[in-house]
Design a protein around this ligand. Structure first.
Ligand SMILES: C[S@@+](CC[C@H](N)C(=O)[O-])C[C@H]1O[C@@H](n2cnc3c(N)ncnc32)[C@H](O)[C@@H]1O
Length: 312
């Protein structure tokens, strides 16, 4: 065991937290964080992504005139990098049984938007695991900015090797991220390991309804970093193989068709704004792939799914 003082310094470096935080028992500081080899493309993709901590701060400065006195709700219009915004978070929270005092792990937490929302709205304590260093540090900075650093921790980590203690979490959530994971069984096994018995995993992800052409798969890899896409029934089988009991598999494709078209329009607006501000703005492959995504979801080839499972 590290000495208490050393532990406290490590914890402060990780996000300005104290040993009083409920989260301290969940994080394995001494576990070496490993990265799989195929992650550099995904990291580079998110380094260029038009939604970034810098872009959010720029937007807030422009709309509020400064960053003083920010509260969590000031960020919610900007920091949710998934479809359906806060409504989607509520759907996850309800299915996962998240409430005051819940210990939650957010797999692939991005800029920490859903994690902060669950802490603020439901009183949960959340640890977010995020592969991209800029996003992990950006999320920690946003936590501090709105005073949630004791309720939300961000760790730079690969969810295939979650640096979390076994059987401590009440819930694991994830949104639109498992498409990036090369070894989905490994990530699901980690979710299973960190959950308490009776704890729930609830996640949304892209799914495929019809086999993609090779060219289409290549565009999905270049444009949105999709390592592989599952069918709804594939995730059902993977969850069972990881030891979960599957409670619900929901097809979100019809909902996503409208949401995606709006989101694409939002990305296009952001592209100009971020270019003007000299911030990452996404590259041409991203915008071209996104246009194909919208068409594929509207045609029913691709879509979204929400999965609810429990650790027996
Ligand atoms: C579409 S974003 C979703 C972010 C967040 N869930 C949200 O809803 O705002 C996907 C995130 O997954 C992260 N990611 C990709 N592969 C990962 C991995 N192996 N481990 C942890 N995070 C990963 C990406 O860096 C990115 O921030």
């Amino acid at each position: 065991m590290a000495k208490p003082f050393v532990r406290q310094v490590i914890l402060r470096l990780l996000g300005g937290v104290t040993l009083l935080s409920r989260l301290s028992g969940m994080v394995l500081h001494r576990r070496k964080v490993r990265m799989s080899k195929s992650q550099s493309h995904i990291i580079a993709f998110y380094d260029r992504h038009p939604i970034s901590c810098g872009q959010i701060l720029e937007k807030l400065r422009a709309t509020r005139g400064g960053l003083e006195g920010l509260v969590p709700a000031d960020l919610f219009a900007h920091d949710q990098d998934h479809y359906g915004g806060l409504t989607a978070n509520d759907a996850l929270a309800e299915r996962a049984g998240i409430g005051a005092g819940s210990l939650v792990a957010d797999f692939c937490a991005g800029l920490g938007g859903p994690a902060r929302y669950l802490a603020h709205r439901y009183g949960a304590s959340v640890v977010g695991l995020e592969l991209n260093a800029g996003r992990a540090t950006g999320a920690a900075a946003l936590n501090r900015l709105v005073g949630l650093q004791r309720k939300v921790w961000m760790l730079r980590a690969d969810v295939m090797y979650a640096p979390l203690a076994t059987a401590r979490a009440d819930a694991v959530i994830s949104q639109e991220a498992l498409l990036h994971i090369p070894d989905k069984p490994a990530a699901l096994a980690e979710a299973f390991r960190v959950l308490k018995g009776g704890g729930r995993l609830v996640f949304t992800d892209w799914v495929v309804h019809q086999a993609l052409e090779t060219l289409e798969s290549a565009a999905m890899w270049q444009g949105i970093g999709a390592q592989s896409l599952q069918r709804l029934q594939d995730y059902d089988a993977l969850l069972r193989r990881a030891g979960f009991e599957v409670l619900a598999v929901e097809d979100l494709t019809a909902d996503w068709a409208g949401i995606l078209a709006e989101r694409f329009a939002m990305y296009r607006r952001l592209r100009q704004e971020t270019l003007d501000a000299g911030l990452p703005s996404g590259d041409e492959a991203f915008y071209q792939a996104y246009a194909r995504l919208v068409a594929s979801v509207q045609a029913g080839t691709l879509g979204g799914g929400r999965f609810t499972a429990v650790k027996p």
